[in-house]
Design a protein around this ligand. Structure first.
Ligand code: PLP
Length: 359
């Protein structure tokens, strides 16, 4: 079976982990610091703060911006559950805005009418490796005095008009093994604001500024040096991995028939965390079954939009309708695009999709 993801762990990562184990300093230490500095440099931000996951990066970022009970945060319902759950963790309410059907990202033109007196932030999710349309989002945020927390968990290194995602507002990234780079598990917050940087560090470490003096409620969301060592080795390969993903995506887009390939707006670089096609005419699930029978893995990200998840409907009372989000959840299908795919595997993917779609 051609798999959807294959973490690229080589000798560099193995050696780096062994060095940490041999050093005796295995919790948060110098590797975490080095990983933070290298990640901030990659993003073009002044600071980066490592955490245990993308989820905790979002959680800490929201807390650091003082978002909490009674506040509303505008985001997408067409994303992984963590984007919205992190808003719930701080006691705030996710307010969902529909997506642009071409990019699958927040439709910026629909944001302003959802702003209320309670709105504190916009949390754009750069889905599948493609940036949201950041110019209008930043303009709306500025006009209404809103914080922007970018969920870049799927978009390490993606650019919008020459600027990396995670550098517009406060960014959050994930290093889960399927991501463009991994640290095993792990997360990173990016910011240019020294105050937010310091707050994130305090929240990550049990609200502690001075050893064993706790001024506020914090958590243990520290990354270990073992994870940071893997992350650092991976970060050096990010550009190469992304270039390979882009090359694989180009081949797929040039050769697939009968499906809508990913759309890349002018001025943006897509880093293809996922290569997601749209299959219309109700054929998506049958195509997926056919691919499965022919040894081609595929996945639906995401079959149930967040506003329709049981917990959000039954416990939180969401009952809105988001036409494009719901249509996308019925039509999207992600195909393998990871950097370890061989030419023969790419050809097998194309042949299987085309056989089904043109028969
Ligand atoms: C868009 C998005 N946000 C948040 C997360 C959460 O990251 P993690 O799994 O590292 O907690 C993910 C990870 O899958 C994600 O894809």
């Amino acid at each position: 079976m051609i798999s959807m993801a294959k973490p690229q762990i080589g000798d560099d990562e193995k050696r780096a982990v062994m060095e940490v184990l041999d050093s005796g300093m295995i919790a948060q230490g110098p590797r975490v610091k080095a990983f933070e500095e290298a990640f901030a440099k990659m993003c073009g931000t002044n600071h980066a703060v490592a955490t245990t996951s993308g989820t905790t990066a979002l959680h800490v970022a929201l807390l650091a911006h003082g978002i909490g009970k009674g506040d509303e945060v505008i985001t997408s319902a067409f994303t992984f559950i963590a984007s919205a759950n992190s808003i719930l963790y701080v006691g705030a309410k996710p307010v969902f805005v529909d997506i642009d059907p071409r990019t699958f990202n927040l439709d910026a033109s629909k944001i302003e009418k959802t702003i209320t007196k309670k709105t504190k932030a916009i949390l754009p999710v750069h889905l599948y490796g493609l940036s949201c349309d950041m110019d209008p989002i930043m303009k709306i945020a500025k006009k209404h005095g809103l914080t922007v927390i970018e969920d870049g968990c799927q978009s390490h290194g993606a650019e919008y008009k020459g600027r990396k995602v995670g550098s517009f507002g406060t960014g959050a990234f994930s290093f889960y093994p399927t991501k463009n780079i991994t640290s095993g598990e792990g997360g990173m917050i990016t910011t240019n604001d020294p105050v937010i940087n310091e707050k994130c560090r305090v929240i990550r470490q049990h609200g502690m500024r001075k050893r064993y003096y706790h001024d506020e409620l914090g958590y243990n969301f520290r990354m270990t040096d073992i994870h940071a060592a893997i992350g650092l080795a991976q970060l050096k390969k990010l550009e190469r991995f992304n270039a390979q993903r882009q090359e694989n995506a180009k081949f797929l887009s040039e050769n697939l028939k009968g499906v809508t390939p990913p759309f890349v707006p002018e001025g943006q670089t897509h880093v293809f965390h996922q290569y997601t096609i749209r299959v219309s005419g109700g054929k998506r699930d049958a195509l997926r079954a056919y691919l499965n029978e022919h040894g081609v893995g595929s996945e639906v990200y995401y079959p149930v939009p967040i506003h329709q998840q049981t917990f959000y409907v039954k416990d939180l009372g969401y009952n809105q309708s988001l036409a494009e989000t719901e249509r996308a959840s019925q039509e999207v299908l992600s195909l393998p695009v990871h950097p370890a795919l061989s030419s023969a595997e790419l050809e097998t993917i194309v042949a299987a999709v085309n056989e089904y779609m043109t028969k």
